[in-house]
Design a protein around this ligand. Structure first.
Ligand code: UD1
Length: 471
């Protein structure tokens, strides 16, 4: 096995916005969010760029030795972490508002730093472009939300079929292309056992610079995969079929400079649609790509709200009754797992019984005991949540257990009688840009403040339930 340089230091990142040189990673936020419920909302909310697209596209920028300018990049903790990881690899980054300039000409290192990668699953997706550019990479097994085991076997097997040697030792994935001379991956026919978003993105990026043609069958069809493919195509990659279940990539020797705008965040948009439905408020959202929200819109309409398309990129929610319905999470174009928790918050107030089945992740119901603390009636049976609608929720102290759970608790808090206090806001800050300000502008009453008393130990939750919080 060839030797690969090991790096331990993290270079400072040049950000002109929120992240300053030598800033340590943002600490887990010990502050709490108070929400005084039952305010009615109105007006328009601006939807930010898609977190998951932006993260994958930042990894994609590693494929290119020239300038990449990205527009519509949200300011989020996950984006800052990804920036720090790229910076540690030698990449130059500059963020100005929603514009992110990336230049990966000098990739000084092929080892990504453990302490950063272990906090952000999406950074593992850099294994594909790094291997394609450098011929060798060492990257720690990833972290992410505490929503399941989330293995990387599909990424690894796909890279192996493209000729890479991959070994996992001591929590590190070592991948390299053996042989001498110009090391390129080889085009291959890959069938994914499951349409994993991350594996599709990793392999698609790796294949852009491979020798020959790669076909990914049973590929993920999520809009973020198509967005990454469009970004790569704008750099000169030859990709067909992204957004369908078969993606064909003809490898090219190199990619060139690009300016590209990230798509709007469909999960943030879906969360605000639910905010309208749960508070019985009419609100509009823009910009959105309605086709990315088809399953969510269909369910909201089944539940009783009207979702009206105004022009090509604006949606208005006109709420009405909240009727019970059943939901099963599925890969796109099915109902997104990232909207499961927000929809559950809404269904707690429905007329009748609903069942939500989580099929994508095995451990994504952490919000259930917290919603029950607010007066919801939800039982868990395996991966099903059985929700008996109640007429009213009441504010309570609650703990966010992951990113989308935090959104669900905010939604429940907006609808509840009295004051809800949410802890675990570091989850929220990973994925919702300026959510408090956006809600306040719509008329919500909420305030973030430092905890008045000593923060509790990390593994303890609110008074009754004990929940393990992992990043
Ligand atoms: C991405 C999104 C996340 C979303 C998820 C599903 C990012 C940064 N995150 O996560 O918000 O909830 O898609 O839409 O884009 N799996 C394997 N082996 C693998 C890879 C995945 O078994 O090699 C399993 C996972 O454990 C999970 C399922 O496949 O049960 C789906 O995971 P995947 O689609 O890969 O999600 P992510 O890309 O991690």
């Amino acid at each position: 096995m060839q030797s690969i340089p090991l790096i331990l230091e993290v270079r400072p990142i040049n950000h002109s916005s929120s992240l300053k040189d030598n800033d340590p990673l943002p600490k887990k936020d010990q502050s709490v969010l108070h929400i005084w419920g039952r305010a009615s909302l109105s007006g328009q909310v601006k939807i930010s760029g898609a977190k998951n697209s932006a993260l994958a596209i930042m990894a994609g920028a590693l494929l290119c030795p020239q300038d990449c300018r990205l527009h519509n990049v949200p300011s989020l903790v996950d984006i800052e972490k990804m920036s720090q990881i790229l910076s540690a690899l030698g990449v130059k980054l500059q963020k100005n508002g929603d514009i992110l300039d990336i230049n990966a000409r000098h990739l000084g290192h092929s080892t990504a730093p453990y302490e950063l990668v272990s906090q952000l699953r999406a950074s593992f997706f850099a294994i594909g472009p790094l291997l394609a550019r450098l011929g060798a990479v060492r990257i720690p097994l990833p972290g992410g939300c505490a929503i399941g085991a989330r293995p990387v076997d599909l990424h690894v097997r796909g890279l192996q079929s493209m000729g890479a040697q991959v070994h996992i030792e001591h929590g590190m994935v070592n991948a390299y292309i053996s042989g001498s001379g110009n090391k390129r991956l080889k085009g291959a026919k890959i069938y994914l056992d499951y349409p994993s978003v991350g594996a599709t993105e990793t392999l698609m990026m790796a294949a852009t610079l491979a020798e020959g043609e790669t076909t990914i069958e049973n590929a993920a069809q999520e809009p973020e995969v198509a967005d990454l493919a469009n970004f790569c195509r704008a750099m000169g990659a030859k990709i067909r079929g992204a957004g369908t279940n078969t993606i064909i990539i003809s490898g090219v020797p190199s990619l060139h400079s690009v300016e590209y705008s990230v798509i709007p965040d469909r999960i943030e948009a879906g969360t605000f649609l639910v905010a309208g439905a749960i508070t019985h408020s009419e609100i509009t959202l823009a910009p959105v790509i309605p086709d990315h929200l088809s399953a969510v819109i269909a369910k909201l309409q089944e539940i009783g709200s009207k979702v009206i398309m105004e022009g090509t990129n604006r949606l208005r929610i006109v709420p009405d009754r909240i009727q019970a319905t059943d939901i099963e999470t599925l890969p796109f174009p099915g109902f997104p797992t990232d909207m499961q928790a927000p929809l559950m918050a809404l269904l707690t107030l429905s007329e009748g019984d609903s069942v939500i089945t989580e099929t994508v992740f095995e451990n994504r119901l952490g919000h259930v005991p917290e919603l029950n603390r607010m007066g919801a009636d939800i039982r868990i049976k395996g991966n099903n949540a059985i929700i008996r609608g109640v007429p009213m929720l009441s504010g309570a102290p609650v703990m966010a257990t992951d990113l989308r759970a935090s959104a669900a608790l905010i939604l429940a808090g907006l609808a509840a009688e009295g004051k809800t206090t949410i802890k675990g806001l570091h989850h929220l800050d990973r994925g919702y840009e300026n959510v408090e300000e956006k809600l306040r502008k719509l008329g919500a009453k909420l305030k973030r403040e430092k905890e008045e008393h000593e923060p509790e130990a990390e593994e303890t939750s609110t008074a009754q339930s004990k929940i393990t919080v992992t990043p």
